[in-house]
Design a protein around this ligand. Structure first.
Ligand SMILES: [Fe+2]
Length: 403
């Protein structure tokens, strides 16, 4: 594959021009959100009112065994809705998970899918919802608008605050054989309604709270600093970044604190809305490879890469980063360059304060080149402030690898 910078720049410019021509700068789809304690009850009432009688619940084994998924959906059970379970989602769902969930969806004739869980459950649920009347292999749907039109309505109950999948029309599915994470995007994948219920987040362990929170921060920043001014990406990106700076440390230190849990749920949701407008950026382009090749959890992978990518883009993203420094109150320095620099330092500090290391022993130096190539290929489809060269990608990988 040709990866010279002029070719990459031309390819990206052409793609962005085409996308703008096709969909313009209008905001992407909107949906219903219920927020606060009792939000799941409101969501259940909505599903009952619509008239669904058989619903597929997509979740993971732990949430099913803990009874958390059932508690969240008590309103459906009380109303006599038949719940059919697919509780086999693992972190980084694969096409095999989709096929397993699809069997339950089709055999029970479900007319709605409710995802209860983190990004993995929500992403798996979205693609399972595409399988009601299609016998195509789901790996054919990778890319933009390639899914079947018949998508069962999706409802989301996030139990982590980070992925933003509850607010997006995208899903990430891993192909273990290819060591790649594939992105599937289609309008019908946007959940119809979502419940942001802080009570479901109270038991989330500190490391997961920290990593998912930095994922949300990354979404907010990547949407805010990007070069495509579409829809509400800036407002939602800013609200996400402000929310993470305000609430994340407190949620990590006090797992039972409902106020910071709700603050983080809302911040992650804003971040999801922001990336639903403009996608993600260089940080995710690298982090996806770290997840697919080395099994590093997504939020942690973003946390490793985020400070380095921001430093590399300081000049191009100076104005946006300086604005973020002001709204997060980390700097009121006179010069935009100083404010931008201070914001990057504050992000680096926050990652350290919530307990995430700046290197990872799972990264293998023998795979740096493959990671850099895959990251360049992925990043060429994003609207980051600028493309990173292979040398820059390699340098970032070197910095986050344990020697
Ligand atoms: Fe992410």
């Amino acid at each position: 594959m040709l990866r010279s910078m002029p070719v990459r720049r031309f390819k990206r410019g052409f793609q962005l021009g085409l996308i703008k021509l096709l969909i313009g700068n209008k905001a992407a789809g909107v949906h219903l959100s219920y927020v606060g304690q009792g939000a799941t009850a409101d969501l259940c009432r909505r599903i009952v009112d619509i008239g669904h009688t058989d619903v597929l619940v997509v979740t993971d084994k732990a949430l099913k065994e803990l009874g958390l998924a059932e508690r969240a959906l008590a309103g459906l059970i009380d109303a006599g809705v038949n719940l059919h379970w697919y509780a086999g989602v693992d972190p980084d769902p694969t096409f095999a998970h989709v096929v397993e969930g699809s069997k339950v969806l089709r055999s029970a004739g479900c007319t709605a899918v409710v995802a209860v869980g983190g990004g993995s459950s929500m992403d798996a649920a979205k693609i399972i919802a595409c399988t009601r009347s299609s016998d195509e292999s789901p790996d054919k749907w990778v890319g933009l608008n390639k899914t079947p039109e018949d998508i069962v309505p999706i409802y989301a109950v996030p139990t982590t605050s980070g992925t933003g999948s509850e607010a997006t029309m995208g899903a990430v599915i891993k192909d273990p054989a290819e060591k790649l994470k594939h992105i599937i995007v289609a309008e019908g994948l946007l959940p119809q309604a979502v419940a942001l219920d802080p009570e479901l987040l109270l038991g989330l362990p500190a490391p997961v709270t920290a990593a998912t929170g930095i994922d949300a921060l990354t979404h907010g920043i990547e949407a805010y600093i990007c070069i495509w001014d579409r829809g509400t990406r800036k407002e939602n990106g800013r609200l996400a970044v402000q929310g993470v700076f305000r609430w994340l440390e407190r949620a990590v230190q006090n797992p039972g604190d409902i106020e910071s849990r709700q603050g983080m749920a809302v911040a992650a949701y804003h971040a999801g809305i922001a990336i639903n407008q403009v996608g993600v950026g260089n940080v995710h382009a690298i982090a996806h490879q770290l997840g697919a090749r080395f099994g590093i959890p997504h939020g942690q992978a973003n946390a490793l890469v985020l400070p380095h990518v921001l430093k590399a883009c300081l000049a191009e993203a100076e104005t946006a980063l300086a604005e973020l420094a002001v709204v997060t109150q980390v700097s009121d320095a006179a010069s935009p360059a100083a404010r931008a620099q201070a914001f990057v330092e504050a992000v680096t500090d926050l990652i350290a304060k919530v307990g995430i290391a700046d290197t990872d022993p799972r990264i293998q130096s023998a795979e740096w080149t493959a990671v850099a190539h895959a990251a360049m290929d992925e990043s060429d489809g994003y609207v980051s402030p600028r493309l990173l060269s292979k040398a820059e990608m390699m340098e970032i990988l070197e910095r986050i690898t344990v020697r």
